[in-house]
Design a protein around this ligand. Structure first.
Ligand code: FA5
Ligand code: MG
Length: 426
């Protein structure tokens, strides 16, 4: 152990993450606070704005690319965020001395393992498994400042789309993916140059340009699906070690250009290393927070983590395509009140229409209803009568509600519930 020659007291030499022990070393810089975000998985929490955006992106790829009626893309949103430096860097041709590996930018578990800094960390393993079209969605970790647009944990959607010659040039059988001087059956000794800004040396100009057009077209389709046909955008030349050529897409939002994604043509070495390859592929990685903040006008990235009912309820039980504009949560205090009732004989706790009840509460309470939540289902052991209990949170945006006025509205809701659903208040 590293304390062998030290007289200093032995310090903790392992760190426990999700019930697994990892050896620590001079690289270890994960903190208990950061580790507490693992497993929160906001991107799959039903009512989180990040999850709404994720679903819209997945729907777009499922419906835009089908083969004999089946989606061509497969989705991976449950990959472990603890990855090797091989996955996060080496597999992606990121040089050993590249600044993105620095301890001050990443959360290392130890010298060999880190919390993934981008979803691209999973690209090679999925290519190696034989996949050609796929999305990778999850939480990523970077050491960064905390302000309204930066948080050390955020979420990315990454994708790869690959094409064989027959798909890419279905109507032009004379065209090729690779230049004659590159032999895809014997790729290992070939030095693939990226000195030409238009393409990698192994690719033909036609193949690279057609794939670039597909990439930009597919991504513009996505951005227009989210923000509407008139969204102002621009493509900016970029550099990533794992793609060439590379671009970033920016959208014009609130009087400023906002970078929403990075993308490019996958470096052929990566495809070769992942196994036999005769395809050309594009890849991209986008930030879910940036899109959600712009789409719903959420002013602060930290709100994504909020469980304040005033925030959560604005995204609850919503159609994924609903137009939602976030309203600042009131600083004024909440009032909570329960409503419990016995259901009529022909209705059970399972068949009662929750959503009808929610609408009724909002119809009567209006904007001061912050949240309505099912709290308890109960079946009386003797009478077998069914009963439900809901908690209603009241909050005014501009002033403090008095208990008296809340009680009055609550009584009205009780009365309307009795009338509408033939229930008996408990
Ligand atoms: C990457 O992470 C590349 N892996 C993207 C990629 C994938 C390029 C595949 C080519 C091929 P970048 O660090 O720029 O690139 O992050 C990608 C996107 O994540 C950004 O465009 C932005 O939308 C989002 N993002 C990056 N940093 C932050 C941050 N601190 N907070 C919120 N979103 C961020
Ligand atoms: Mg970037």
């Amino acid at each position: 152990s590293k304390n062998k020659y030290s007289t200093a007291p032995k310090t903790l030499s392992t760190v426990s993450i999700k019930n697994k022990e990892y050896q620590t070393d001079e690289y270890t810089n994960v903190t208990p606070k950061i580790l507490s975000y693992l497993g929160r998985n906001l991107h799959v929490q039903k009512d989180n704005p990040l999850s709404l955006v994720r679903q819209r992106i997945v729907n777009y790829f499922y419906s835009s690319f089908t083969h004999r009626g089946n989606p061509m893309f497969s989705v991976y949103d449950n990959l472990s965020p603890i990855v090797t430096t091989q996955q996060n860097f080496d597999d992606l041709l990121i040089p050993a001395d590249h600044p993105s590996r620095a301890k001050c930018d990443c959360y290392y578990v130890n010298k060999e393992m880190l919390l993934r800094a981008h979803m691209t960390a999973h690209q090679s393993e999925l290519l190696r498994a034989g996949l050609d079209n796929f999305l990778m969605i999850g939480d990523v970790y970077r050491r960064d400042e905390i302000d309204s647009t930066h948080f050390p944990v955020f979420h990315q959607v990454d994708a790869v789309r690959s094409q064989h010659k027959d798909e890419l040039f279905a109507n032009q059988p004379n065209l090729h993916i690779f230049e004659p001087h590159f032999d895809p059956n014997n790729p290992k000794n070939y030095i693939n140059s990226i000195s030409d800004p238009m393409k990698q040396s192994c690719h033909t100009l036609e193949a690279s340009k057609l794939m670039e057009a597909k990439l930009k077209n597919d991504l513009m389709g996505l951005v227009q699906e989210l923000f509407g046909k008139n969204i102002k955008h621009r493509w900016v030349d970029a550099y990533f070690p794992f793609t060439h050529p590379s671009w970033e897409l920016e959208i014009y939002y609130e009087n400023d250009w906002l970078e929403v994604l990075g993308c490019g043509i996958v470096r052929n070495e990566i495809l070769v290393n992942a196994g036999p390859n005769k395809t050309i592929a594009y890849a991209f990685g986008l930030g879910l927070e940036r899109l959600a903040m712009a789409l719903y006008k959420i002013p602060d990235i930290r709100l994504m983590w909020s469980d304040d009912s005033g925030f959560v309820s604005q995204f609850q039980n919503k159609d994924v395509n609903a137009k939602i504009t976030y309203k600042a949560v009131s600083q004024y205090p909440q009032c909570k009140n329960d409503i419990s009732f016995w259901l009529p004989e022909n209705i059970t706790v399972e068949t009662f229409m929750n959503n009808d009840f929610y609408d009724l509460v909002r119809d009567i309470g209006g904007d001061i209803i912050e949240q309505v939540k099912l709290k308890d289902k109960f079946i009386h052991p003797k009478t077998k009568k069914h009963s439900l209990c809901y908690n209603i949170v009241y909050r005014h945006l501009e002033r403090t509600l008095t208990q008296e006025e809340v009680n009055k509205i609550h009584k009205e809701i009780e009365k309307a519930t009795v009338d509408a659903f033939n229930v008996v208040i408990r």
